[in-house]
Design a protein around this ligand. Sequence first.
Ligand code: ZN
Length: 290
Amino acid sequence: MRARLDTLVSAALQQGSAVPAFTCYDFTTALAVVGAAEAAGRGTILLVSPSTAATPNGLRLIAALRGLADGASVPVAVQLDHASDLGVIAGAVAAGADSVLVDGSSLPYEDNIALVLAARALLDTAGTDTVIEAELGGLAGDEDRAFGSDAAGSAPAAGTAGLTDSAQVEDFVARTGAQLLAVAVGNVHGKYHGEPELRWDVLQDIAVRTRLPLVLHGASGIPASELVKAAAMNVGKVNFNTELRTGVLETLDARTAAHRRDGENLQGLLAEWDVSARAFAATALATLSR
Ligand SMILES: [Zn+2]
């Protein structure tokens, strides 16, 4: 069923839970995620990468995800992830995305605010009721590839690199009017170099300064024992991408030959893709649920 992202996340937080969000580059993965959410009786979020949304076929995928979300037996939101291009944002929302991460986190502070306001103005003009997540503090790494340029080492090890400046939180939230806030607290996109070191002290400092639900990106690689603490810090949405891809690709590596021998059985191979993605989503849903 259709759900507003902020409503979905706030309802979960009231129960001490967080909602997992999964990047879907394809419909097979999205079916598996929604299937896992329905089996768990929990809401979930389908994320679309801006690289996907920037193509005509990507917009068709968003429309398909919209239909999948609306027909699900649990609340499902469809969000455009990490967008900084107003044209891509407008296209994705027109295609069916109900929420957008307007990401100006790599820009200077004032430019970040200006981007969020420009996106809000654009979406209001279009007459949409789109939920906006904004991001304060830059995350290291590449959203779409595990071994991005600076994913190997800088952010977690350096301790303070790219961390959200909690002193800016109240001003940023008030001026952007964002409905969710993505933070950088030692989390990275892609694979962690060594042990991830989440700065719970920084997260707590942020959480006391705003009532907005917080969002943790780059959760792949963060141990479940750490993730279970998220909701207590008002983190109501946790984004997963890399580990989901890792599992699917491992499955395809291991099983393609057998299905080739079995009469070029693509359907059989897709069923194994489903099992892999569904198991990952089920684990994330269980980890974040109270
Ligand atoms: Zn992200």
